[in-house]
Design a protein around this ligand. Structure first.
Ligand SMILES: Cc1cc2nc3c(=O)[nH]c(=O)nc-3n(C[C@H](O)[C@H](O)[C@H](O)COP(=O)(O)OP(=O)(O)OC[C@H]3O[C@@H](n4cnc5c(N)ncnc54)[C@H](O)[C@@H]3O)c2cc1C
Length: 404
């Protein structure tokens, strides 16, 4: 077990500086343009791939750190640059996590690299759980997977909603119901290989924030995939379904829940990056801007806002680092992952709003980054479990009761 320490080691400091430099020199200067274009920023992701900042090796390096802190440190710096472009770079990681969480070692080796491609031919991955009628309630997915034993193929039908990289990804990881009567315990995860017939992009959503990140419906119309595309394999699924039918419940979390639980501190780190970026801009501005003959920070009304922002940002980071460390060293005991995501995302919304207030009229214009940061911050209270769902998870953990 790695020691928990607030001191980053040399490797972590090096990665932090490297990502920060890229965020400062490449991501931030391009943020306004790609937010306006509302398109996937291919040239920026390609640039990241060329220097090794996009790719499965980069992901594995981050994930293999025994302290668990490299991942949140990397993400904070990237999202400090810009959350939309940050999401475009990190979005494939959710598909990779879905494969790593549910697949066999052979499936991980085959499919995770295909979620990224290489520096000369960048590819994307998409993790498809949510549906038009099932977001928070992932146990009621309608997308069906039916096994065709004669051909050893699975046939998938349904519509997935709000999917990051949906339709433009090379590899789609889809969670579908195999036995709907068993709700969450009757679901499994599948790989949809590149160019599979029947898998297409539905509507592309126009969004409030993170507009450089592509979000779409994914339509599955009689999609046929080979039997080996079932993550974890048929034997394991059959055993799980049999157990669920026998005893009514397996006690195991459903696949989607497993993925989301382990990625929650990372989502907290995204929000933290946005919050810190807005705070730094507001602090600089408050020292420079004069009103009534003195810098506006000389007023407690402004200085105390900044004091609160700094405190809440540091508290977010401490919760995220604790959860990230626990995720690698023994696991969560009291919904610490949810706590970190909940607190950091709500902090990001508050801090970015206060930053706009501190910048006054300038803060409300698109020319200054804080306006975009405020829009970008909001998604973190919604995806990968809304704030209400995080509170539900925390409430159940601390009470040991099934709070509804
Ligand atoms: C930009 C973006 C990217 C996304 N990327 C992905 C992706 O890559 N893959 C993917 O699978 N999904 C993705 N999502 C979907 C996202 O995870 C869902 O939108 C989210 O889980 C909420 O589900 P919902 O929208 O159906 O809201 P609902 O579940 O309908 O919730 C609506 C409101 O009701 C509240 N609520 C619901 N149930 C309860 C309860 N039991 N107690 C208290 N309050 C409750 C919620 O907190 C929320 O405020 C993305 C969404 C967006 C907007």
């Amino acid at each position: 077990m790695a020691e928990f320490s607030l001191h980053l080691n040399d490797d972590q400091l090096q990665i932090k500086d490297w990502v920060h430099q890229f965020a400062k020199d490449v991501i931030r200067p391009n943020a306004i343009e790609w937010d306006e274009r509302e398109e996937f920023p291919w040239p920026i992701v390609q640039e990241a791939a060329k220097i090794g900042m996009y790719g499965w090796e980069f992901l594995m390096n981050n994930m293999s750190d025994p302290t668990g802190l490299t991942m949140p440190v990397t993400i904070e710096e990237m999202f400090w640059g810009d959350a939309g472009i940050g999401m475009a770079i990190m979005g494939s990681g959710l598909a990779a996590a879905g494969i790593a969480g549910n697949g066999t070692p052979a499936q991980v080796a085959e499919w995770v690299p295909q979620c990224y491609g290489d520096a000369n031919d960048v590819k994307l991955g998409a993790f498809c759980v949510s549906e038009p009628d099932a977001g928070s309630d992932v146990s009621s997915l309608r997308t069906r997977a039916v096994y065709d034993e004669a051909k050893d193929e699975w046939v998938l039908n349904g519509t997935k909603a709000w999917i990051t990289n949906g339709g433009i990804a090379n590899v789609h990881v889809v969670v579908a119901a195999v036995d709907p009567a068993l709700k969450g315990r009757g679901q499994a995860s599948f790989i949809i290989p590149p160019n599979t017939k029947g898998c297409s992009q539905g509507q592309k959503y126009l969004k409030h924030g993170i507009r450089a990140s592509h979000t779409s419906e994914v339509v599955l119309d009689d999609v046929r995939i080979p039997g080996h595309c079932l993550l974890g394999g048929k034997e394991k699924l059959d055993a799980k379904l049999a157990r669920a039918r026998d005893i009514g419940k397996t006690g195991e979390a459903q696949p989607a829940m497993k993925t989301f639980e382990s990625t929650r501190p990372a989502v907290g780190a995204q929000a933290l990056g946005v919050a810190r970026a807005a705070y730094e801009i507001a602090l600089d501005y408050a020292k420079e801007r004069t009103a009534f003959g003195k810098p506006i920070i000389m007023n407690q009304a402004i200085a105390f806002k900044l004091a609160n922002m700094a405190t809440q940002i540091d508290a977010s980071r401490l919760l995220i680092w604790r959860a990230s460390w626990l995720g690698r060293n023994g696991g969560f005991t009291n919904a610490e992952g949810s706590m970190s995501k909940y607190y950091a995302s709500e902090t990001a919304v508050r801090v970015t709003e206060e930053a706009i207030q501190i910048l006054g009229g300038y803060g409300y214009t698109r020319e200054y980054h804080v306006e975009r940061m405020h829009r970008d911050a909001k998604i973190h209270t919604i995806f990968e479990g809304t704030s209400e769902i995080q509170q539900l998870v925390i409430a159940r953990a601390i009470s040991g009761m099934r709070i509804e």
